[in-house]
Write a protein that binds this ligand. Structure first.
Ligand SMILES: Cc1ncc(COP(=O)(O)O)c(C=O)c1O
Length: 347
């Protein structure tokens, strides 16, 4: 099986497992775990922020960011396919009493004008005060798209003009940084809070970081305890994070090159791939154009030995490249998928 369902599927490499086995550990809840502290310091610098806090998942990091930056009854702006809006079980309402206003885009990347038009009038006693804008980079639902830094700065500047806070769901920020050649810190320092996930392209078994100012992260620590995310000898997993930051960042360009080769191979074989959309490690297939529904397309591919997964769109499925997908796997996927899906090359 060529497993292209998600970049969360990676197994820790033997070297990462050795780093885990050798980790120095302490009581993380008492802030005495040297490996967690080392990872937090590395992450804060990498993300252009003063401090970072280690958390089990990126969902928890996002939800803690929202709780830290808002008051119950506030409104949050996020793109309509954003993870924080669509895939966190209504967490903003449950954990923080927030109203979400979604911004509709084709690829996950909204504009300063979208923000301007969406902010509720300040002081209006009939609408929830708009307090926070969330940006996702790369944008998962948009097909792994990268926010160009200049565009992102315009959107953040617009948000600031309205007195709003800004959160970056940078679960895959390192993919964005590597693909665009923009240092992650240049993206990160624009924001009040930044989430970075370790268990996606970076290949760790689990873990995420939330970075921000010293004051913001001190408040986030309270939420970490409240969410039950304060751990004990967590250096066991933080060691994987330190290893990944040393060894698994630059290699993301291999994942991106493989996604591009896969997209080009499938496109040449007549599969409906929009090559312009392929910027990082995601390839989207519009199987509706082949007269197939999502479930049937996924079943046929699985039968042929290629694992893809669904997207938010009923007729679009996706392939995601990652650490455990090598060049041979890409060759096999290029060979197997077109026949399984009944692709026809245009003549
Ligand atoms: C953009 C984005 N943010 C956050 C998350 C949540 O990550 P986790 O599974 O670590 O909670 C995901 C997971 O796929 C994601 O794609």
């Amino acid at each position: 099986m060529v497993d292209l369902r998600s970049d969360t599927l990676t197994q820790p490499t033997p070297e990462m497992r050795r780093a885990i086995a050798d980790a120095e550990v302490g009581d993380e809840q008492k802030r005495e775990d040297p490996t967690v502290i080392a990872l937090e310091e590395r992450a804060a610098e990498l993300l252009g922020q003063e401090e970072a806090v280690f958390l089990p998942t990126a969902t928890m990091a996002n939800q803690i960011a929202l709780r830290t930056l808002t008051e119950p009854g506030d409104e949050v702006l996020a793109e309509e396919m954003a993870h924080v809006f669509r895939y966190e079980l209504g967490g903003p309402a449950v954990h923080s009493g927030l109203v979400m206003k979604s911004l509709r885009t084709a690829n996950g990347i909204f504009t300063a004008e979208d923000v301007r038009e969406s902010v509720n009038p300040p002081g209006d006693l009939h609408t929830a005060p708009t307090r926070l804008v969330c940006i996702e980079n790369t944008h998962n639902g948009g097909g792994g798209r990268v926010w160009p830094l200049a565009h992102l700065r315009e959107v953040v500047a617009e948000a600031r003009q309205h007195g709003l806070s800004v959160h970056l769901d940078g679960a895959r920020l390192m993919n964005a940084a590597v693909a665009s050649g923009t240092p992650a810190a240049d993206y990160g320092r624009e924001f009040d809070t930044v989430t970075l996930c370790l268990s996606k392209g970076l290949g760790c078994p689990l873990g995420a970081l939330l970075a921000g100012s010293a004051e913001t992260i001190e408040r986030a620590w309270r939420e970490k305890h409240l969410f039950g995310g304060a751990m004990r000898q967590a250096g066991i997993v933080a060691a994987a994070g330190v290893y990944a930051l040393d060894h698994h960042v630059d290699r993301l360009s291999d994942d991106h090159a493989r996604a591009r080769r896969l997209a080009e191979g499938w496109h040449a074989a007549g599969l409906p791939v929009d090559l312009d959309q392929v910027e990082t490690n995601f390839v989207q297939l519009g199987v509706g154009a082949l007269g197939l529904g999502r479930d049937e397309a996924l079943a046929r591919l699985r039968e042929a030995g290629v694992g893809l997964s669904s997207t938010i769109h009923p007729s679009v499925i996706r392939a995601v490249t990652h650490l455990d997908v090598d060049d041979d796997a890409i060759d096999r996927a290029i060979a197997l998928a077109p026949e399984a899906l009944g692709a026809r090359v245009a003549v």
